[in-house]
Design a protein around this ligand. Sequence first.
Ligand code: 1KN
Length: 476
Amino acid sequence: MKKHLLLSLIVIITLTNQTQAQDKAKIDVKYGQLTPLPRQDDAMKKWRENRFGQFIHWGLYAIPGGVWEGKTYHGAAEWLKSFAKINQQSWDSLQYQFNPKKFNPAEWAKMAKNMGVKYVTITTKHHEGFCLWPSKFTDFDIESTPYKNDLLGEFIEAYNKEGIDVNLYYSVLDWHHPDWRYKIDSEDDKEAFQRLMEYTENQLLELIERYPSVKGFWFDGTWDQCWKDNGEFSYKLEQKMKALSPGLIINSRMRADEHGSRHFDSNGVLMGDYESGYERRLPASWDVNVTKNDWECCMTIPENQWGYHKDWSISHIKSTYELLEMLAQCTSQNGNFLLNFGPKGDGSFREEEEKIAKEIGSWMKVNGTAIYGCEYAGLEKQSWGYFTKPTKESNKIYMLIFNMPISGEYKVKLNKGQVLKRAFLMSNPNIALKVKNISKKEYLITNVKTSRNEPFTIVLEFENKDSKKIEYRAKT
Ligand code: 1KN
């Protein structure tokens, strides 16, 4: 009897859930997803292959670097104006000090190239409203600083020369613009925000026209009610931007639907081209995301500093290996990793960032094959690290090792039909590693025991005839 009750209860709960899901799916969404996902065009394939990008936060906030009138504020440096309650005029006049004498775009691009990033995303306008390009629509821009030149143009040219794709970060939230409103409470607010949206559109179309090589846009500052109330506007803006630049890639953070649902529309369908909610965090569990949408994680080196902060002494500063492990995890779950740098006001990088960039670069030179053009490998996660597989080759799987077992033996559980031919170190393909079959489909691969903790890669090679090409990603 008890059993029956429980069973009925389960049935009822299941049915209710289904009805709710169906009800949810009934919501009419007109201004939701613009482009069917996941995109399979060449531009998106390239974005996916890139896997590793450099984020750059650079604006007026780099000048105070978290210190105002002798006092150090430990919040995020690019938010200083807001939480230190600095008045508009004092903050805005920083533009007359913006003159980065050490800014050398060719060197920046070389540093990024050597680090191994395939794309870069740079702040064109953060919340402070200052524009790194000479905009027709405001004087609060690079043209009105002592630097005067088109800094963004110089940056894009230099990075493109190194073969690095450039994306532009743009904050809709704007502390400088007189027409910014957090929410719309009156007819006046409505008219003001209408002008703000026009300004936003003008600037975005201006950026696309000025810099035609730009691959994508990274929207931020889109969480306020004003933007959530204007789903139709952001839909049409996405449409206009993509019409002007076919192949353009836009993050999910840009969009809200007409019901105010952000990133995902009211029916749970992703908007934009990839999920950009992973800010300073990775997916909670290793097996999420692998078969769903494209996504990107953006990460800071300290706990929470994007713009340059003079004092990094009060937070955990991630190690090179910690950051590489995040990159490996992202790749193993079909995601990209965007690592942030905050250059100083004079245009140079802090030593810690230079060191990390160098160390990442030398690791990537040996192990990058297990990252670029790689994806979810379809194998059960093991404690030593992450599996990835090259999208274009079906007979290889990579093991990115971050935890070295004391035994020197690395466990692998294969799928049906996978016949292991050979295992070797990516750094030394000539020597085959010992492979021990411990049970059906389970193996232990032996490497030399090592006290060094430098992460490395083991390559698994399979018999071609038996390994079928498995498509993990749903086709559109
Ligand atoms: C929780 O509130 C925020 C608000 C803005 C957290 C982060 C941010 C901005 N997004 C990052 C990518 C940085 O630009 C940060 O200033």
